[in-house]
Design a binder for this molecule. Structure first.
Ligand code: ADP
Length: 448
């Protein structure tokens, strides 16, 4: 049993891990930059180590600083949260070399899923349905033309090393292909140092549906249903719900089993998310995230399990605390991301929180590191909290979300709270009939 875990992250997710550790009787070590000395995760953890100056590459992304913090504190394991080093295979390798356990999958699995072409080939071989497209990378414009003609326009050119919506270019018609191909390659080269690209059919009105999986690292795996994360702005999720409004129990069981069998097949360890585009009753794999997701609380709400606790258990080599048959889904959960951003452009809005009041009551959860007087530093992501509601069904969850948003007070900075208040007035949100493009179109009209 671990008696001390270091959390290589900050903000609400660091606090989330501190809470799981405390319930398990494990001591937690926070790390922080000098900009975060007064942060909540530092105050709530059992110990804290300063790892460097504000810029992330010199603190939260500094592998030597984090390994030193493990040595100073005597932590036996590292929880990476999401973002930062959570999907960095080199970090995992270095921790292993220092006999420190990484709470997550193996370096090899991170590497496989971090390269989108390899990920797609691996998943296809494991029986997971994929978006029709090129077999592997496409090196020349000539090949690109031939493949695009075969699959039919529109197509999307994607970087194998891509992430965060970068390195993707759409070609609606044959005459757009040359430019899409060249720009995707040069953007990929500039952003990721790797210009390999592949081509996929561009789906026109899909939903983003992702399946939560969990593996024990020994060939056992389960799925915990899906989340619908179709409400996106610039490929960034803003609201997520579980279950997906259009997914039937039969579809859930079918795609869930495909995903659980796939990760069992590679002896995957820990939490993972298999992302799909979903259109006309079909699922198409796009990528796998080998970490805990921002939106994991909606899954926790409907299944009543603690995913972080489970991550820690399997990292220790223990069995998972549930089997597929134990997992039963109840009700409906919705998460909204509270960002310190100014509408309508979503410009980051760091500053001092003059008043913070968290909503409460049945079915309401707040994951946030805010407090009265907290100064949001300008160096990091603008996510400052997540509001998660759970109800017996979708209408009850929506009513609860509206009520909880009414109680929530975040004064001193601009936030995305008004966005959610406005969205809850929209018929499309109430019926759940949105696709991945709906929010962008709605924002363009509303703030035109
Ligand atoms: P990233 O790793 O950069 O987030 P993804 O492959 O996960 O890239 O794709 C991000 C988003 O881009 C998807 O959620 C979807 O909105 C859009 N997208 C990606 N591939 C396709 C496709 N083949 N057809 C339509 N939209 C796509």
């Amino acid at each position: 049993m671990f008696d001390k875990i270091l959390i290589a992250n900050r903000g609400e997710i660091a606090l989330r891990v501190v809470r799981a550790c405390r319930e398990m009787g494990i001591r937690s070590v926070a790390v922080h930059s000098t900009a975060d000395s007064d942060a909540m995760h530092v105050r709530m953890a059992d110990e804290a180590v300063c790892i460097g100056p504000p810029p992330s590459d010199r603190s939260y992304l500094s592998i030597p600083a984090i390994v030193s913090a493990c040595e100073i504190s005597g932590a036996q394991a590292v929880h990476p949260g999401y973002g930062f080093l959570s999907e960095n295979a080199k970090f995992v390798q270095i921790l292993e070399d220092h006999d420190i356990t990484f709470i997550g999958p193996t370096a090899e699995h991170i590497r496989i899923m971090g390269d989108k072409i390899t990920a797609k080939e691996t998943m296809k071989a494991l029986g997971v349905p994929c978006v029709p497209g090129s077999e592997g990378g496409v090196d020349t414009l000539e090949d690109a033309r031939r493949i695009a003609a075969e699959i039919g326009f529109p197509v999307i050119v994607k970087a194998t090393a891509g992430g965060g919506g970068r390195g993707m270019k759409l070609a609606l018609a044959p005459e757009d292909l040359a430019e899409a191909f060249q720009t995707a390659r040069s953007e990929a080269k500039a952003c990721f140092g790797n210009d390999e690209v592949y081509i996929e059919k561009y789906l026109q009105k899909p939903r983003h549906i992702e399946v939560q999986v969990f593996g024990d690292g020994k060939g056992g795996a389960v799925h915990l249903g899906e989340r619908d994360c179709s409400l996106q702005r610039r490929h960034q999720k803003v609201l997520e719900e579980a279950p997906g409004p259009v997914i039937t129990p039969e579809m859930r069981a079918r795609i869930g089993k495909i995903c659980a069998d796939a990760v069992a097949g590679i002896k995957y360890r820990g939490a993972g998310t298999i992302e799909f585009l979903y259109e006309d009753g079909e699922f198409y794999f796009i990528e796998m995230n080998t970490r805990l997701q921002v939106e994991h609380p909606v899954t926790e709400a409907v299944f009543g399990v603690d995913l972080v606790r489970e991550q820690i258990r399997v990292a220790e080599g223990l069995e998972m605390s549930f089997t597929q048959d134990d997992l039963e889904m109840h009700g409906h959960a919705i998460e909204v991301r509270i960002n310190a951003e100014k509408l309508p452009d979503f410009t980051p809005c760091p500053g001092t929180i003059t008043q913070f009041h968290a909503p409460g009551g049945l079915g309401v959860r707040i994951d946030s590191a805010l407090y009265d007087g907290y100064r949001i530093p300008p160096y990091y992501d603008s996510l400052i909290g997540k509001l998660i509601v759970h109800g017996r069904d979708r209408p009850e969850a929506i009513a609860r979300l509206r009520r909880a948003l009414g109680e929530l007070i975040v004064d001193g900075v601009e936030t995305t709270i008004p966005l959610f208040e406005a969205l809850l007035e929209e018929e499309t949100i109430l019926t759940g009939e949105y696709d991945i493009h709906w929010l962008e179109k709605w924002l363009a009209e509303k703030y035109a």
